[in-house]
Design a protein. Sequence first.
Length: 221
Amino acid sequence: MNKQSGETTDLNMSGQNISEANLDELLKRLSELENGSILVLSGSLPTGCPDDFYTHLMQELAYKNLRIIVDTSGPALTSILTSNAPPPFMIKPNLHELQTFVGEDLKETSDIMNAAQKLNHSGIENVIVSLGADGSLFVSHEGVLHARPPKIASNSSVGAGDAMVAGLVAAVLDGLDLEATAKLATAFAVGKLGLHGPNLPSRETINSLAKSVTTSHIKTN
């Protein structure tokens, strides 16, 4: 990250090629999960995986009643959102990914909310839309909430989205309501922004940041 310009450069490379035998072994391992477990499907698919592989996993594991959290993009996300597979428990697209899926610019908060609500009404219990520095929009059966992070010095944006997913998992495990979930997940992401590399913020830092997250409920029609 260039601290003078604030510009971040990411170097992303394709992973190793995955064979059909590898995919079968993964499904076998996942079938050993306890019913009702949380399963995170995150990131781009490696070389060798078909675009609908996440969707295939969801279909094959439907009998497990897993709470599946999806954080992916492109054809993999489109496959999930347009398939007949049981919908995931939660998805976390960013604004660009949501706009790509709906095929239009979402310039107003109301536009973003409406697009997210359509996904929520289709059976996805929780739709979290990342809005960059403007925070995130949380949409669920409890309502719609906009969470805004406190301003901190950012050392690296790498891993912030993954940290937010970790915060969402923690919130689900703790049975938190929508507002508490938004505060905790946002704190996880902001805490990671202040750190380089694989380092993680402390529990004390997370708790402090969560108190600084501002939330506003948005009225729906």
